[in-house]
Write a protein that binds this ligand. Structure first.
Ligand SMILES: [Zn+2]
Length: 104
């Protein structure tokens, strides 16, 4: 018997973490900001193989800053994590984006 197909998508409520995982297999996820708890949970449950992110989020980051959800040894899947990639550039992109949002 074939198990029911589960949707493999998630959309974080935080505008800072627009993580969307489509129906196709996602092997790598590259984002500017450290995922929050909700996104980190979606990454684990979606079995993303590798997570790459730029800027750390000291207030809500769940990949090493405030929590470390994706490396919790109690979970049955832990993606490889590459953090701080182009961190300064990612921070600049985020600051520019939100400055534009405030200017509307
Ligand atoms: Zn998030």
């Amino acid at each position: 018997m074939t198990p029911p197909r589960m949707p493999r998508w998630s959309l974080c409520a935080r505008p800072q973490c627009p993580v969307e995982l489509g129906a196709s297999k996602v092997a790598r996820l590259v984002v500017t900001l450290e995922p929050c708890t909700m996104c980190a949970g979606a990454i684990v449950l979606s079995r993303v193989d590798r997570l790459v992110f730029g800027a750390f989020d000291a207030k809500a980051g769940a990949v090493g800053s405030l929590w470390d959800v994706v490396r919790d040894r109690r979970l049955n899947h832990r993606p490889e994590v590459l953090s701080g990639v182009l961190a300064d550039e990612s921070t600049a992109v985020l600051l520019d984006f939100f400055a534009g949002q405030r200017g509307r």
